[in-house]
Design a protein around this ligand. Structure first.
Ligand code: ADP
Ligand code: MG
Length: 294
């Protein structure tokens, strides 16, 4: 008998990624995607109705993300970073404004399986091997066994976990588990990788190492990545664009281009004047946002 949790996961995964029967990785006209922004947000607002009154989570957010960008979202806790990612992924409905993902609504993009989501906790199933965890979305999508096998091995190799296929999650370190969850998100070839503080729970040395690996992965896969973080060095090191957000109501207060740092970056880049200049601007933005809330 299958453990109960898997049935729950199947439901969650279907709900999250849609279940249209469409083949993963076979979505949208390629020509369109390269011309229009992958994410196009205009005047977006979202208010939660909480028991003690409304929570103005996002206010008048405008944002365009081009194909292949690595975009970090940075801002104080509670400023709406997770909410914004969830709106893009069709997990929350905005109250106002417009949002398009690859030229369609977030719900259509979800049905098309445009999203791969990676959370702070790796959420791997302890009774499944690493490979079987990576294959789970593919099983749910009804991909034949041989192809599942081939794809999961390829993704595990991409995150440097070759040789760990038959291990169970608890036999791997926290950083390796998070890499396995990245492989799982990549397994159905989504157009967008949405990462919500994926390395927040890891120590700094592991995080540095994963940051370097993630950059290489981004370069190899050419995915568009949306990445939430609390860390200024992490945001600057990884991103081609940094979105600085203010406390409630979450607004975008600065969008910083960091593409001139190049796609191939070594950790040492953090000591260069170009890097420090961007980090300084992020810090200034965060400070300005804070005084607004006082
Ligand atoms: P961040 O990820 O930047 O820490 P969130 O997007 O999680 O911020 O939350 C933004 C604000 O909205 C916070 O004040 C949070 O408490 C509130 N919030 C988030 N989700 C809900 C919800 N489902 N109901 C009510 N308030 C919420
Ligand atoms: Mg959050």
């Amino acid at each position: 008998m299958k453990p109960k949790g898997e049935t729950v996961l199947k439901r969650v995964t279907e709900d999250f990624m849609g279940d249209s029967g469409a083949q993963p990785g076979l979505s949208a006209e390629p020509g369109l995607a390269s011309r229009a922004p992958v994410v196009d947000i205009q005047g977006l607002s979202l208010t939660y109705e909480a028991a003690d009154g409304p929570v103005y989570a996002l206010s008048n957010v405008d944002l365009q993300i081009e194909e292949g960008e690595f975009v970090s979202f940075i801002g104080p806790s509670g400023c709406g970073k997770t909410t914004l990612l969830r709106v893009i992924a069709d997990l929350e409905q905005p109250n106002g404004g417009h949002i398009h993902v690859n030229g369609v609504s977030p719900s259509e993009a979800r049905v098309r399986r445009d999203y791969g989501f990676i959370f702070q906790a790796p959420a791997l199933y302890p009774w499944r091997t690493i490979q079987k965890n990576v294959e789970l979305p593919l099983e749910i999508f009804g991909i034949p066994k041989a192809e599942r096998n081939e794809r999961s091995r390829r993704q595990l190799e991409l995150v440097n976990l070759k040789g760990f296929e038959k291990k169970f999650p608890w036999q791997l370190s926290g950083g390796m588990q998070q890499r396995a969850s990245i492989a799982r998100a990549l397994s159905f070839d989504p157009k967008l990788l949405l990462m919500d503080e994926p390395f927040g729970a890891l120590d700094e040395i592991v995080r540095d190492h994963l940051n370097e690996q993630l950059l290489k992965l981004w370069d190899k896969t050419r995915k568009t990545v949306l990445f939430v973080t609390h860390s200024i060095p992490e945001a600057v090191f990884l991103s081609s664009k940094i979105v600085v957000m203010s406390p409630r109501p979450g607004r975008i207060i600065d969008v910083i281009d960091a593409s001139h740092l190049g796609r191939e970056r070594k950790l040492e880049i953090r000591e260069t004047p170009e890097f420090l200049k961007i980090a300084h601007r992020v810090r200034e933005g965060l400070r300005a946002g804070h005084s607004y809330d006082d």
